[in-house]
Each structure stands twice: as C-alpha cells, then as structure tokens.
Design a protein around this ligand. Structure first.
Ligand SMILES: *Cc1c(COP(=O)(O)O)cnc(C)c1O
Length: 388
C-alpha cells in the first residue's frame, strides 16, 4: 500500500483509470464496486496478525484506501490521501511541512478559506506568509525568503480564473528549496496534472468536481514522492481528519463519471462565456478559454480544456451584481462549485467574505458561475433574463 502508483493497470487512459484504478472487484464478495466498509476495527489473528493489513479505520479503511489509490493514479502521484474536507487536507499538509518560523508564499487570488487558514490560524503558530501574484513567476521569486518552505498556487484561481505557469513555478520552488503545492480543485486531474509539470503535491477539495453532485464534503492530497507521501500519511493518522467510509465511497462514485461531466462543464462554460462577452450589461468576463484572457495561451498548454467556472463583472456596481444573483432561477444562488447543477454567487459577500480588507479582496461587482451540465440553451436563457 506504500507505493500506490506502482500497481498494475490495464490502461493509462484517464477515463479507464477513473473507473478502475485502485478499485478491483471486492475480494470477499466479487462486488464490482468497492463496498462501504462501515467499520471501525478489524479482527486480528493473534496479536498483531492483521488479515488484510487493516487494524483501525482512522489509520486505514478499505473504502478509503480504494479512493486513495484511485486519486494517486489519476494525479500520477505516489501516494493519495483522503480527508474529511479540503481544508482538513490543507491543514494536514501545512502542519506536516511547517514549523514555527517557516514562511509560505501564497497567491493573491485564492479560495477564501485557504487564506483564512494562513491568516487566522497558522499565523498564531508562528508561520509567516507573503502574498504574490503567482501568474508572474518573477513576483513569486521576489517573495521567497530564507525560510520559505512552500509555494502555494491555485490555477485556475478562485474567483478570477488567473492562470499560473506550473512548470516555471516548480523551478522557482526548487531553487528556493521549497515545495510547490498546487490546489487543483478548479481543473480536476482530468484537465490538468500538476505533478507531471513539476509540482510536489496536489491539493483537492473533492467536495467540488471530484464528488461532482453537491452531496459530500471531502479533501485530498496526492504526493509526487513516496517519502513525502509517507510523512503525510503519518500525519493524516496522527491528526485524524480522515474521510469516513460513506464519504469516501461517494467521492469514488463521483470520480467514475468525472471525464464525461468535465467535457460538458467545459462545453457549456465556453458557450456562456461567449454570450457574456457580447452582453451590453457585462463589463468584463474572466474565463481562460477566451482568446483575450491573459492566461489563455498558458492554459491551452497546461490544461486539456478550460474548465466550468466563469466569473464576470456587471455594469452598475455591487447592486447590479447582487440583482443578477437574485434574479437567476436555474442558476441556484449558493456557495460551492463543481456539481452537476449550475450555481451563481457573489464572491465578495459569500465565498470570499473572509478576504475582505486583505490583498485577496475581490471586486464587489463580481459574479461567479459554476456552470453545470444542464442543457446549455436553458442556462443561456436564465442568464439573459437575470441580466435584463
Ligand atoms: C472549496 C475549496 C477548498 C476547501 O475545500 P472544503 O472541501 O470546502 O474544505 C479549497 N480550495 C478550493 C479551490 C476550493 O474551491
């Protein structure tokens, strides 16, 4: 179980791995889907005689192990780990990596909860951080300090969909003796595989595209390297914020359809971004699939397609943006993203409220869409009506 990526797979194609990697038919029953092993402890054959390698479900559980092997295969890493939430995964990674006095470079556009973890929690433990524009590797290099242990990147970023060059940042991290962490939640491993581009570890909120159905909170880490993967696994068990069996099962279930869902998310988002660009009430559209987007060429190089998230600024300021959120009907007003249903939200008052007054503050006239997989004509009609 230590080197999960060395398992034999009949295919290296993503769609096939998503369904089969690490998820063989159940040894006991032949069940084609790994069952929900809703169990805390395991009978030992004599003291220390573990039958299937399982001892206690915080340390390992068969349903979670199946998901963890699958995650490692999909990200091309050596070790996958599943957590109770994306933030639990981040916390485990950061407390494995950092001691008081260490420093992290964080992005100027990021998930609000990630910023809050640095600014309100880890800072009290003596961890310092500097905000940099990660879409400019020079800005990251300038922010590095002697005790920088990690460079944190989200690409595409949340909510402004900026693109950062993973290969260039991996070089900066290596020169700094720091680990490059990529939060791959927005892209999913179907669209982007940061470890292959030089990142050391990938973070996911599996709550989003991986789960895909707005019915579970979960997180994941995938390490490129076996030794660091083992260190993370040690801390996962020592700290205890693991994914429960049912949640792990839901995430595995979601991942099996990730490829087909992402294809539709991307196709629908491209149509919606094009409509918004031409709309007289829209001041600016942020979508890496648009040729005028600053990160378009880079995204075309390091991603398979441009994702399902679209943000835009509404003419008329905050009130106009709030009115669009209120008037949308098919786009449900709500936080989160990555589910089959379309969501609309106002980042500065909702997901990014914790970044108010910080360098990560977002514009008040910004609206963020998580474009779902409904019929695109219905989504276009709903947005046109909300903007009217
Ligand atoms: C949601 C999210 C997180 C946090 O994950 P939770 O599962 O909500 O704890 C981290 N990063 C990004 C990009 C997210 O969208």
């Amino acid at each position: 179980m230590t080197d999960q990526h060395n398992e034999h797979h009949p295919s290296e194609h993503f769609e096939t791995l998503a369904i089969h990697a690490g998820q063989p038919a159940d040894a006991g029953t032949g069940a084609v889907v790994t069952p929900i092993y809703q169990v805390s402890t395991y009978k030992q054959d004599g003291v220390g005689g573990l039958r299937g390698g399982y001892e206690y479900s915080r340390s390992a559980n068969p349903t979670r192990s199946a998901l963890e092997r699958n995650l490692a295969a999909l990200e091309g890493g050596r070790r996958g780990l599943a957590f109770a939430s994306g933030l639990a995964a981040e916390d485990c990674l950061l407390r494995t990596l950092l001691v008081p006095g260490d420093h992290v470079v964080i992005p100027n556009d990021a998930y609000g909860g990630t910023f809050r973890l640095f600014a309100r929690v880890l800072e009290r433990w003596g961890v310092t951080w500097t905000v940099a524009d990660t879409s400019d590797p020079g800005s990251v290099r300038d922010a590095v300090q002697p005790r920088t242990k990690a460079i944190w990147v989200e690409t595409p970023s949340n909510p402004l969909l900026a693109i950062s060059d993973i290969t260039a940042l991996a070089e900066v991290a290596q020169q700094a003796g720091a680990k490059l962490v990529v939060d791959n939640t927005f892209a999913s491993p179907y669209l982007q595989q940061p470890l292959a581009l030089g990142a050391d570890v990938v973070v996911h909120s599996t709550t989003k595209y991986m789960g895909g159905h707005s019915d579970v909170i979960g997180g994941a880490l995938v390490a490129a390297d076996t030794a660091f993967g083992e260190e993370l696994a040690y801390h996962q068990n020592a700290m205890g914020a693991v994914a429960g069996p049912f949640d792990a099962w839901l995430v595995s279930r979601g991942i099996k359809t990730l490829a087909v869902r992402m294809d539709r998310h991307c196709a629908n988002a491209e149509r919606i971004a094009a409509m918004l660009v031409a709309h007289p009430k829209v001041a600016e559209v942020y979508y890496p699939g648009l040729p005028e987007h600053a990160g378009h060429e880079l995204a075309a190089k390091q991603m398979k397609a441009f994702g399902g998230m679209v943000s835009f600024r509404v003419k008329g300021g905050e009130d106009a943006a709030l009115a669009v959120c209120d008037r949308a009907r098919l786009f449900t007003l709500g936080e989160s993203l990555g589910g089959v249903e379309s969501l609309i939200e106002h980042p500065s008052r909702m997901t990014h409220a914790s970044a108010a007054g910080s360098p990560l503050e977002v514009p008040a006239d910004l609206v963020r869409l998580s474009v779902g997989i409904e019929a695109v004509d219905d989504l276009l009609t709903d947005l046109r009506e909300a903007l009217a």
